[in-house]
Every structure is written in C-alpha cells, then in structure tokens.
Design a protein around this ligand. Structure first.
Ligand SMILES: NC(=O)c1ccc[n+]([C@@H]2O[C@H](COP(=O)([O-])OP(=O)(O)OC[C@H]3O[C@@H](n4cnc5c(N)ncnc54)[C@H](OP(=O)(O)O)[C@@H]3O)[C@@H](O)[C@H]2O)c1
Length: 337
C-alpha cells in the first residue's frame, strides 16, 4: 500500500509519547485518526493535536489489555470513519526494577499491556482487514526486542514476544497471498514521558539509554512503515542497527557489557522516592500535569533526525541518482575511448 491520500488510521497509546507524535503526524497528512489509550486528559490533548494538524480525530478511551475493549473500539472506528486502513500498535507499560523486585501481578500486567495489547490490536485489525484483503499493521518495536537489558525484564520479554508472534502472522499472510501486510519498526531510545511515569524501583530517575531520539523521528518512521508495510522490519537510529548487529555477532560480550553498564546508563544522577506516581494500573489522569504530550524531559539531550529513516525515505531517489551517475560514467568512459 503506497497511497498517501487520506486514510483511516488507529493508533494505540496515542495519548502520549511515540503514539502521540505518530497520531499528530498522520493528522498532518489529513488522515482520520482514532486515538486509543486510557487517560482522558492525554486523549483530549492528542485529539486537539490531530485536529490542529489538519486531520480528524476520534478519541476512544481503551485499555489494550482487554480484548473486548480493543474490539469495541475498532467497531466504533469503522462505524464512524469507515474501513481501517492502518493500525499502529504502540501502547505499552513497564516496571523498571531488577527481576527479583517485580511482583508476579506486576509482571503479568506489563505482559498484558505491552505484549497482549499488541496481540489484541493485531487480532482486531486482521479480523477487519483480511476479509477486505487490504490494510497495514505497524508494530512499534524496540532494539530491546533484539537485545534484552537489565532492569526491564517484563518489557524486554514483551518486545521479544512481539517480534515472534508478528513473524508468525507475517508468514501466514504470505502463505495466504494476502494483501494485508504487517511490519515492525525497531526503535532506539526515545525522549518520551515514559521515564517520568513508569513504575520504578530504581533509586535514581530513569532515563533512556543514550543516544536519545525525539519522538518525531519515531513518528516519521511509523508513517514510512505504514506506507510501505511489505518490508519485514525498519531499524531507526544507528544505535538500533548497532545493537541488533552486535547481538547477532557477540551476545556473550554484550551480556558482560550490559551487566557492567546497564544499571547506571538507565538512571540519571537525580534521586527519586519509591512512591512516585505511576501509570501501571491506571492512567495518571485529572492532575495538573496529566496531559504530558509527546516529549519527555530530555529535550536538551535528544537528536531530531535518524540517517536510516532519511535513507529509507530517499532510497528510490538515491538509487535513481546512483543509476544516473553510473550511466553518466559509462557514457563518459565510452566517449573518452
Ligand atoms: N521511549 C523509548 O525509549 C522507547 C524505545 C524503544 C521503543 N519504544 C516503544 O514506543 C512505544 C511507546 O513508548 P513511549 O516511550 O512513547 O511510552 P509513553 O510515553 O509511556 O506512552 C505510553 C502510551 O501508552 C498508553 N498506555 C499505557 N498503558 C495503557 C493501557 N493499559 N491501555 C492503553 N494504552 C495504554 C499511555 O496512555 P494512558 O496512560 O493514557 O493509557 C501512553 O499513551 C512502546 O511500544 C515502546 O516499546 C519506546
């Protein structure tokens, strides 16, 4: 699917962070954007962003851990906007803590939101797209789905699981010669609000492992993937490419490296109390700061561009230019002789 005319797009986790930036970017293209998340304040802010950007917004309070809620939201979207063209799974939660300090119920909750939430979104999307034989599903993945790190066992397990089940679904779609496509965008560290509201048992304020990219970089990659979902994966940021490749070549070396550096690289020097509010079970709503927007608190340390996203967007013009140069070179060579 390569059309860029106005489409119906569903974004889960759209009230903040990556999903919020992606929703706004779809809005800029004039799309009809359904926003799924729990927080009313964030959803209102996201709807305003989409409308201000030129799109049409539909905010649907939804907990992605509950399939019935996700399916009901999908029905509402189609009744309001018509057939869903693109479904983007983004919603997530985590617990920042050593594995032994995570309660079973917390681990299960992270898995239900961050893993099963993607499964539920994919089920709801495929049930509608497959009979029509059209549509694109974009999974927002992570470099941590290829290489797990300490202090994020539940999250890393979910991200690995997403790659596994998506690969299986992809092979089924290929087997059926379906025109529905599913792809994963593997993200680097992003400057989003998660580090301010995820349940943390770390002594210091959590941070994304540098280099940190702005959520708009992720949003551009998501739009690119939604336009070209035939590709199996997209890697965003040099750090993602390095992580995936290093894990393929020398996983035991990375084990030791991460054991040594992974605790400090995920925390700033700022101490944090054990009772900071978190969004694991409920959204952080009805507070002065409950609409967090797309950006986290690391603007001053974040990069706004990714060479891979740029390369993948300009691959066609680059290959045309390379072909023209080659042809020009051949003509010159022939002329000289
Ligand atoms: N930030 C990074 O460094 C990074 C790196 C690689 C990949 N990613 C990926 O990017 C995606 C988004 O992460 P982010 O950093 O943007 O997170 P974020 O800023 O914490 O935003 C998470 C979003 O998910 C929603 N959400 C949380 N629990 C939910 C639930 N039970 N049901 C529905 N929605 C729920 C939140 O809204 P409500 O609380 O209002 O429901 C919010 O809209 C994730 O898939 C993550 O794996 C992030």
């Amino acid at each position: 699917m390569t059309t860029t005319s106005s489409r119906t797009v569903v974004v889960t986790g759209a009230s903040a962070g990556t999903g919020r930036a992606a929703a706004q970017a779809f809005g800029q293209r004039g799309d009809r954007v359904a926003l799924l998340a729990r927080g009313q304040d964030g959803l209102r802010g996201a709807a305003d962003d989409v409308e201000a950007a030129g799109g049409t917004a539909l905010a649907l309070p939804t907990d992605v851990a509950d399939f019935e809620q996700v399916d009901a939201a999908a029905t509402k979207v189609e009744n309001t906007f018509g057939p869903i063209d693109v479904w983007v799974n983004v919603a997530f939660t985590s617990v920042f803590a050593p594995f032994t300090e995570i309660a079973p119920a917390e681990f299960r909750r992270v898995t239900e939101v961050s893993y099963l939430g993607f499964v539920h979104g994919t089920m709801a999307a495929l049930a509608r797209m497959k009979p029509r034989d059209a549509g694109a599903i974009v999974q927002v993945g992570s470099a941590l789905g290829a290489r797990a790190i300490p202090l994020q066992s539940a999250y890393c397990g979910a991200k690995h699981g997403i790659n596994g089940f998506t690969e299986s679904v992809r092979t089924e779609l290929l087997h059926d010669r379906s025109n529905v496509h599913i792809t994963v965008v593997q993200m680097p560290a992003l400057n989003t609000p998660q580090f301010d509201w995820v349940l943390s048992r770390l002594p210091r304020h959590p941070q994304p492992v540098p280099p940190i990219y702005q959520p708009e970089v992720a949003a551009r990659a998501i739009l690119r993937a939604a336009d070209h979902p035939q590709r199996k994966q997209y890697w965003v940021g040099a750090s993602t490419a390095l992580t995936v490749l290093a894990q393929r070549m020398m996983p035991p070396v990375l084990d030791r490296y991460l054991a040594r550096t992974g605790y400090s690289s995920q925390q700033t020097s700022q101490p944090v109390g054990p009772d900071r509010p978190n969004n694991l079970w409920q959204p952080l709503d009805e507070r002065p700061d409950s609409d967090r927007g797309a950006h986290g608190s690391f603007d001053d340390r974040s990069i706004s561009r990714s060479p891979q996203v740029w390369l993948s967007r300009h691959a066609r013009s680059l290959s045309v230019a390379a072909a023209a140069l080659t042809a020009g070179g051949a003509v010159l060579t022939r002329y000289r002789h």
